[in-house]
Design a binder for this molecule. Sequence first.
Ligand code: ZN
Length: 159
Amino acid sequence: MNSCPCGFYGDPLKECTCSPGLVARYQKRISGPFLDRVDIFVEVPRVDYEKLTDDRLGEESKKVQARVTATRTRQQERFRGTRLTCNAEMTPNEVREYCQVEDAAQGLLKAAMQQLNLSARAFHRILKLARTIADMEQSEIITAGHLAEAIQYRPRSLI
Ligand SMILES: [Zn+2]
C-alpha cells in the first residue's frame, strides 16, 4: 500500500502534499484486525536510478532457495507426528509449546508488548516469525536477536 493518498509520505526526496489529518484517515482505513493478520511489514523506499542500473547482482536465488528448503525441512522434522507442517500453522497453544524464548529475551518481549501495544494475535505472530528466523539459523532456542528481528517487522508508522 502507499503511505498516503499522494504516495510520498515519508519519502526523503519528494514532499508529501497531504494534510496530517488526511494521512491519518488514509492509514486508518486499514483496520487493526486486518493488520494483525499480516506477518511481515517492510517499508520499501524509492530505488535510486544508480541502484536500478547497477550491474552487480544480489545473492544467488539458488543459495536463497537452499536456505528456505533447509528451514522448511527443519520445521517438518519438528512437527513430525502432529498435524502441523510449518511454523505459520501453529495455534496459540502450540506457540507456547514450540516458541520458547531464552531468558535474556523475556524482558524484550514484555517491553515490546507494552510499548507497541500489541494484540494477542500480533504477539503470537511475532513469536512464530522469531521461531522461523531462529530456524533459518539452525538455532533451537529463540534468542533476543531473533526476537528483535521479528519485532521490527511489525508496522511502526501505521496506527
Ligand atoms: Zn501524501
